[in-house]
Design a protein around this ligand. Structure first.
Ligand SMILES: Nc1ncnc2c1ncn2[C@@H]1O[C@H](COP(=O)(O)OP(=O)(O)OP(=O)(O)O)[C@@H](O)[C@H]1O
Ligand SMILES: [Mg+2]
Length: 624
């Protein structure tokens, strides 16, 4: 497609500003051009972090001599022609700004040969010499050259004519890291394109073309069991990628690469949805690694909002937020519980609890066959609207009657184990609305339950903690929690730092139902606690909160304090280990667990459930 000068009124509609900030921005613009030119292979080379030398070479469609000359004019582009085109941009470039901007701040050489042309051309731009003038710079050429099809472009001595800008560049290694990052991002977004990056003659990245994202992700990240795949297609918005899985030590920290229609962007709406999803899943969230691809019709997103094309504007911002938040929560909530292995497949290897499956390259998929393993899926993440502040939790002390706990006669109540014919056939007909049935309690600490796909061992304390954590955060949105006044206020002694931490969050704590008053000296008086807590837990819970909140960053977000308080409360209000439970209570806990958004890990990241899959049982009975 031929390059034309944009009419001035259209040129004026384009988000204006500085295009070239650093070597990485030059690389970004040149790689975008290569991709728009349909390149299948792109080779990038830099020296001294890109300050002294950048070359981007592609095997795309190339340019004619006339186009090559025009490409250096401001507002000259082959990608849009009318202002209507701005409403649905399908290319990475559209401003006709990048090449003239780069050429005006570097010693610039463009070589190109159009596909099918007999020869190529070369144009050199150097403010210091040459003959003709373009946009204030002086150019040499076009000059006919022999060249392979495609376009290599070189930019040397960036900002050589703008010493003030050059001074603001970071160290070579810092600039080179930025270049690596941007090339890695492109490589993830364009698996079908081959990328190489060389820095100071050293090969930093080499990714031959592959079929799809999982292969490219493997080329770049190798095996990453700490990432969980995401794939959703709601409301015409296609979401794919890999996100940090929930883990005991917290989701892995790392870059948050977000792509909208394969364009790398920063976006507050997206960032907020990510933070939200993780913050309700775990209190160890901070900066989880995320590689997220969002694709939607180009009409639904405005890319003409930022001079370096680093931001976009969604026409339906809240829809995108909602869709993304749900998809992330689903992906996180459906991470599989750790699986138990009865006997090692390889003799000599220790029997193991295998970690959550990476699903990337895993052989498990092959074992399970098409359709995959039925997952421990939350039944629903929507629950009936709660009464403000009121919990109806049969496991919490306030809701229980004083009747002594009767250990359940489980077999009869489930009607599963003692099936009349003594067969296990009925188990395969478990109704879909009752997929997990508790059988009994092991050592008054673990609930043993079954579903069609195997056996689950649930840590009752951790499970209840997860349930309460989500319920507490949920109820908090509709007002303060129910509080109970202590008949005898409790006095506790705390360090000055801990007292301070508590008083700093007094308002937050009162939303949860705590009434804490400084009592002089080191003492603090606990006048009220959340109704959810047992009286005898009051002092312990407040101490734990003091420690938690003291450890919190001063500059931390308010939400983080709320989540910490909720997690600590959930921990103290949850049923303990070594506590006998009636069958009804087990059933309540199991069904509530299935209603939580994230049922496999507690807010601190510990596993809630261990699963012994059916295939493992069958294998060991040699029924496989
Ligand atoms: N590597 C390339 N291969 C083929 N054509 C190219 C290449 N690089 C640039 N061009 C042509 O030169 C034109 C100008 O490129 P430039 O990057 O300055 O603007 P743009 O890509 O149209 O918009 P933007 O400023 O948003 O990047 C492009 O529209 C394209 O036609
Ligand atoms: Mg461009």
């Amino acid at each position: 497609m031929a390059i034309r000068l944009l009419p001035p009124d259209l040129a004026n509609q384009i988000a204006a500003g500085e295009v070239v900030e650093r070597p990485a921005s030059v690389v970004k613009e040149l790689v975008e051009n290569a991709l728009d030119a349909g390149a299948r292979r792109i080779a990038i080379a830099i020296e001294l972090g890109g300050k002294s030398f950048i070359r981007v070479e592609d095997d795309g469609v190339g340019m004619s001599a006339e186009d090559a000359r025009l490409s250096l004019e401001r507002h000259a582009t082959s990608k849009i022609a009318t202002s209507a085109d701005l409403a649905a941009i399908r290319t990475l470039g559209f401003r006709g700004e990048a090449l003239p901007s780069i050429a005006s701040v570097s010693r610039f050489v463009l070589r190109t040969r159009a596909r099918g042309a007999t020869g190529g051309v070369e144009i050199a731009v150097d403010v210091g010499g040459g003959s003709a003038s373009i946009g204030g710079s002086v150019i040499g050429g076009p000059r006919a050259i022999g060249a392979p099809e495609g376009t290599p472009i070189e930019a040397r001595d960036l900002f050589y004519n703008l010493p003030a800008r050059r001074k603001f560049l970071k160290s070579d290694s810092a600039e080179s890291a930025q270049v690596s990052r941007i090339v890695t991002q492109f490589a993830l977004a364009y698996p079908e394109v081959g990328f190489t990056l060389t820095s100071g003659g050293r090969r930093v990245l080499q990714c031959p073309p592959v079929a799809a994202l999982p292969d490219r992700s493997f080329q770049i990240h190798r095996e990453r069991p700490d990432l969980t795949p995401l794939r959703k297609d709601p409301a015409g918005i296609r979401l794919t990628g890999y996100i940090a899985a929930l883990a005991e030590q917290g989701p892995v920290r790392g870059p948050q690469n977000v792509f909208v229609n394969r364009r790398i962007v920063r976006d507050k709406t997206i960032a907020h949805a990510i933070t939200y999803a993780y913050s309700t899943a775990t209190i160890k969230e901070r900066s989880p690694e995320v590689h997220l691809f969002i694709e939607l019709a180009p009409e639904r997103v405005d890319v003409n909002v930022h001079p370096t094309k680093a931001e976009v504007r969604f026409l339906e911002q809240s829809l995108v937020h909602e869709v993304l938040r749900r998809a992330l929560m689903d992906a996180l909530g459906q991470s599989r519980p750790p699986e138990l292995q009865l006997r090692e497949a390889v003799p000599g290897a220790a029997s193991a609890i295998s970690g959550p499956d990476s699903s990337l390259e895993s052989g498990v998929a092959a074992l399970i066959g098409p359709g995959g393993l039925p997952r421990w899926e939350p039944a629903s993440t929507t629950r009936p609207a709660p009464l403000p502040g009121v919990f109806n939790d049969p496991l919490s002390i306030r809701a229980t009657t004083t009747a002594p706990e009767q250990p359940a006669t489980l077999a009869l109540q489930t009607g599963m184990v003692l099936a009349p014919e003594g067969t296990f056939q009925r188990q395969t007909t478990i109704a879909p609305d009752r997929p997990l049935v508790p059988l009994g309690q092991f050592r008054d600490t673990y609930i043993v339950a079954i579903d069609a796909d195997g056996l689950c061992i649930i840590d009752q304390h951790v499970a209840h903690e997860r349930v309460l954590f989500e319920q507490i955060l949920d109820r908090l949105t509709s007002g303060p929690l129910e509080s109970q006044r202590l008949l005898e206020p409790v006095l506790i002694e705390l360090s000055a730092g801990q007292r301070q931490a508590l008083m700093l969050h007094e308002a937050d704590l009162s939303r949860f139902g705590f009434d804490l008053v400084e009592f002089g000296g080191d003492a603090l008086r606990i006048a009220s606690v959340p109704a959810l807590l047992r009286f005898e837990e009051a002092a312990g819970a407040v101490r734990a909160l003091a420690e938690d909140l003291e450890g919190l960053d001063r500059g931390g977000r308010d939400e983080e304090a709320l989540r910490r308080i909720a997690a600590t409360m959930a921990c103290h209000a949850a049923v303990k280990a070594d506590a006998p439970l009636t069958f009804e209570k087990m059933q309540y806990l199991v069904s509530e667990l299935r209603r939580t958004a994230y049922s496999t890990v507690c807010p601190h990241g510990r596993p809630v459930v261990l699963r012994l899959p059916r295939r493992e049982i069958e294998r060991n009975f040699q029924r496989a």
